[in-house]
Design a protein around this ligand. Sequence first.
Ligand code: IPE
Ligand code: IPE
Ligand code: MG
Ligand code: MG
Length: 318
Amino acid sequence: MPLFSVIASHMLAVDERLKEVLEQHNPVVREVSDYLQQASGKRLRPALVLLAGRVGAIGSLSFDLVEVASAVEMIHMATLVHDDIIDKAEMRRGMPAVRSRFSDPVAVLSGDFLFARAFQILAATRRPELVDLAAEVVYVMSTGEISQHLDQGRIASEEAYWRRIEAKTGFFLEACCRLGATAAHASDPVREALGQYGHHIGLAYQVIDDLLDWVANPNVLGKGVGGDLELGIYTLPVIHALEDPRFGEDVRGMLAKKDQDLVKNVGRVLSDSGAFDYCRQRAADHLRRAQKALEQVPEGIERQELADVADFVGAREY
Ligand code: IPE
Ligand code: IPE
Ligand code: MG
Ligand code: MG
């Protein structure tokens, strides 16, 4: 991640807060809770809350901002712990996923524990609008995940793909920016511009994630690759190749046959067909739109760091 110099101390405060909130006296729960804290991830969502809050802040920076930033990271952790059950993933953040280290039932309950703690923190801010938006994030994301799950093995249009990733990730990153701006009492136009920025960052982020599932080094990525196709989840590279008159028939045949080398064989066609380049271009389009939205935001170091986040999203390998 870019070095968030301007929010470095607040990011440390978020880490401290996570430690406090996840601390448990029950020895069994403590083991899970300690495990959850061992691998930290990129912390993109709290960084967006803090940067959006600072860039839009009217008056002094409120204490709510660190609370909200901690809560969104906990919501994110909960969704990942649950997502790994759904996707039968083995690795997360460079370590065995909670479900592999403990069990699926422990992962279900740990996710619930994280969600509950996150909403307790938000409720304690006594700002119902923050609780409301965070609840909407979980609501929208769960509908996206349900529809993706029920669509397994079905070939969706590119338009349906964009709708799905908006629900899964676009809305969450938009909401992080809106939550930060709202917590800091930003003006309406600044909050809207930050929301637009987050929306485009979110779409690009998930497109790149779906691309990395094909092209990344799993040791660098910290999680398994190739899993989307194995689960029958057809992401943008596959959808694009299927819609390409030169390659569509081949890919369709491979998907129907499902032989042992499915991921390898489809991967070769995706590379030859330019589907990976297409994904990079689509992500770059959204990142340009994110940068454009920042023009409506007050200039300064925070705005520069938000621009750096957009650059990071386009270039990331993990
Ligand atoms: C993973 O999110 C899930 C997606 C929305 C793609 P991150 O890539 O932000 O995961 P961490 O927090 O860095 O582990
Ligand atoms: C994003 O989807 C996860 C959520 C929105 C919860 P993925 O299934 O692609 O995320 P990873 O690749 O497992 O991190
Ligand atoms: Mg997953
Ligand atoms: Mg993924």
